[in-house]
Write a protein that binds this ligand. Structure first.
Ligand SMILES: *Cc1c(COP(=O)(O)O)cnc(C)c1O
Length: 383
């Protein structure tokens, strides 16, 4: 069933009908592992056991599918659990995965450290260069995996162009939409087969849960992923599903403010003598700006910057910001700063995916933009 109501209307209402018994506007959290049967096999509304299905998870899955413009959504206990379910649903020994060369470090690690032992091979290509991706495809490539904007260099990949290349080669095209979220970018409409999320980040949005999700409109892939979700069981809890549902209702307004604040922060950093580069797709001169403007509604809340004083300056700066707290993860209401080469991307150090050691990544939160700008400026001016 397609739902042609607006994004925010669907965010608030898809899968969120009031409780029929009490009229509670917010559906209850179904904290139960199992469901009473009316005689053997007499399931109420199809519910049997919460690994297979739980109303709180179903409500979230319906909401996620609606927001990504897909027909099927699946929620997991983490972004990596969602990724692993996708890999299990598609791959067999001998298959090859082609991945963008600046994807999330843990995504590369999952395939190169876990899946390679099962006969799966992985190579990478610059996903912002369609010719490089085309050249990287092999007859045995089963998955083309892209992330845009990329982490932490904020490169922009052409999802429609990549989907064409993947499909011409018979591969499944997976788009990690964690940075943009469906409020800003909808990869299924651009031709991707699967959209993946770490819901830990913007979708959860409050740094209080870990979760993942997959959405698709391909019935065959949906069946395989649904089976893996049930048979392997890396599901989220009903409480985490409910928290995620609550967060999705404000996603669109949060992403607008994250984008406003990130634009202000990025513009304020440009030209500072302590910096050699500022990476944000909303900046004039960013190589992916035009493409980002075409496939994204706004440019999002992530900014990265490189320091003239190299790694020592990066390590010094993070000791002096007050609002930008030093932590991994991103996408919460509070601003965070991270040193990717030793934190989020430590797992790819020394590989072709290594990130520059003079780079800091900012997750620009929902505080007042002036305060965020002042916080960074004070810390930068000390260098
Ligand atoms: C965090 C992240 C992941 C992994 O998700 P977890 O919830 O930490 O398992 C995958 N992709 C991107 C882009 C991420 O930022």
């Amino acid at each position: 069933m397609t739902d042609d109501r607006g994004f925010s209307t669907r965010a608030i209402h898809a899968g969120q009908a009031f409780d029929p018994r009490t009229g509670a506007v917010i559906p209850p959290i179904f904290m139960t592992s199992t469901f009473v049967q009316d005689g053997v096999g007499g399931f109420r509304d199809g519910y049997e056991y919460s690994r297979g299905g739980n109303p709180s998870r179903d409500a979230l899955q319906e909401q996620l599918a609606s927001l990504e413009g897909g027909t099927h959504g699946y929620a997991f206990g983490s972004g990596l659990a969602a990724e692993d379910a996708v890999l299990r649903a598609i791959l067999k020994p001998g298959d090859h995965v082609l991945m963008g060369n600046d994807v999330y470090g843990g995504t590369h690690r999952l395939v190169s450290k876990v899946w390679e032992r099962w006969g799966v091979s992985i190579t990478t290509a610059d996903a912002s260069d369609l010719d490089a991706v085309r050249a990287g495809m092999r007859p045995e490539t089963r998955i083309l995996w892209v992330e845009t904007p990329s982490n932490p260099l904020m490169k922009i990949a052409d999802v429609a162009g990549l989907a064409q290349i993947g499909h011409d080669a018979g591969a499944v095209v997976v788009a990690d939409n964690t940075f943009a979220t469906p409020a800003l970018q909808q990869p299924l409409a651009l031709g991707a087969d699967l959209v993946l999320h770490s819901t830990t980040k913007y979708i959860g949005g409050h740094s209080d849960l870990v979760g993942g999700a997959v959405v698709t409109s391909d019935a065959e892939l949906a069946e395989q992923i649904g089976f893996v979700q049930f048979a392997v069981g890396a599901v989220n809890s009903p409480f985490d599903a409910w928290l995620t549902t609550r967060s999705l209702k404000t996603l669109s307004v949060r992403m607008d403010r994250h984008s406003d604040n990130a634009q202000a922060v990025a513009e304020s950093l440009v030209g500072h003598p302590a910096l050699t580069a500022v990476h944000y797709p909303g900046l004039e001169g960013h190589p992916g700006r035009e493409l980002a403007a075409r496939q994204m509604r706004r440019f999002g809340g992530m900014v990265s910057m490189q320091l003239a004083g190299g790694a020592p300056a990066a390590l010094e700066l993070v000791r002096h910001t007050r609002l930008f707290q030093l932590a991994e993860s991103l996408g919460g209401v509070e601003s965070l700063v991270c040193y990717p080469s030793e934190m989020t991307h430590a797992s790819v150090k020394g590989t072709e995916l290594a990130v520059p050691d003079d780079l800091l990544r900012l997750s620009v939160g929902l505080e007042d933009a002036d305060d965020l700008v002042a916080d960074l400026r004070e810390a930068l001016d000390r260098l």
